[in-house]
Design a protein around this ligand. Structure first.
Ligand code: ZN
Length: 293
């Protein structure tokens, strides 16, 4: 073989099958971003379910019999940390087949585009999330929407697919079910799946944020977002729920639980979803009081 042919063959191999690396999008700038994006060692939550996010923004990896599932992508600048955490656990981010988004805000969907581009995965959301993920811009009706502003915008994502409320997506031996839980965002989805070890199976619930945080001038009471959130909290409290996860680690006491790993698995707690919902309703009440609703 001539040297030219060898070089051409090598170039074609690298283009088609060579190592692909993550190309992050431009970082998002916000007051809490640096704190949220501090590195966090990845760890196994239970069975097929791993934490691969940052200190303040969750990303969950699910191992299936036919590739990987990722839930949430943090900020744009979280994507390289998530990529590194997945590799540290011995998995290949190129094996991600599906990315589920809790809600389309910059701090959970910002890193999705880079991870989607790397893996070619499909990105799953609610019917209200498709346009926001596809454009990277918030829509009217979202509590954090600001008219005539790109505030809160994030990298637009390709390959976005709708999952109906109650619908499921199956990757290998894992089925992930969507439970629409709007309130914090118009497109909030709580995702649930089962994780088994030697016949001990637990229901994992990735409950979306239920915090009444908004742009200035938005009224949770008047807009109906409060009513939606109350209904969503009820749905989450009623779920079959053994392990609670959520987009911000403090919602499920992750750092405290990591301190208590020697007492068995502190992530297994069948009351966690009920407490999560009750706490959220308490915060909402405070917000409605402040609004005068
Ligand atoms: Zn949010």
């Amino acid at each position: 073989m001539s040297r030219c042919v060898v070089i051409l063959a090598c170039a074609l191999y690298l283009a088609a099958c060579g190592p692909r690396v993550l190309e992050p999008d431009a970082p998002y700038d916000c007051e809490r971003c640096a704190d949220w994006n501090k590195p966090q060692d990845p760890f196994r939550v239970y069975g097929n379910t791993w934490y691969v996010g940052t200190e303040g923004l969750s990303s969950i990896l699910i191992e299936t019999s036919n590739g990987l599932i990722l839930v949430d992508g943090g900020l744009a600048q979280s994507a390289p940390l998530i990529d590194a955490n997945i590799r540290e656990l011995g998995f290949d981010p190129l094996d991600i087949k599906a990315i589920f988004v809790s809600h389309a805000h910059f701090d959970h969907a910002g890193g999705v585009n880079a991870l989607q581009r790397l893996s070619g995965a499909a990105v799953y959301t609610s019917d209200n999330g498709v346009t926001t993920l596809g454009t990277g811009r918030l829509e009217y009706g979202d509590p954090q929407y600001v008219a005539d502003s790109d505030q809160g915008s994030f990298p637009a994502t390709r390959n976005v697919v709708v999952v109906a409320d109650g619908g499921a997506v199956t990757v290998g031996d894992v089925a992930v079910t969507a439970v629409y839980t709007p309130g914090h965002a118009i497109n909030s989805v709580t995702w649930t799946w089962e994780s088994c070890v030697l016949g001990s199976c637990y229901s994992v619930v990735y409950a979306d944020s239920l915090t009444a945080v908004s742009a200035r001038g938005f009224s949770f009471g008047a807009s109906g977002a409060a009513a939606a959130m109350i209904e969503s909290a009820g749905k989450i409290a009623d779920l079959d729920c053994d392990i609670l996860l959520s987009p911000h680690p403090f919602f499920f006491g992750m750092h405290d639980k990591l301190e208590r790993l020697d007492e068995g698995n502190p992530f297994i707690n069948e009351l966690a979803c009920t407490f999560f919902a009750e706490e959220a309703l308490g915060w909402l009440e405070q917000r409605l009081d402040a609004e005068g609703s």
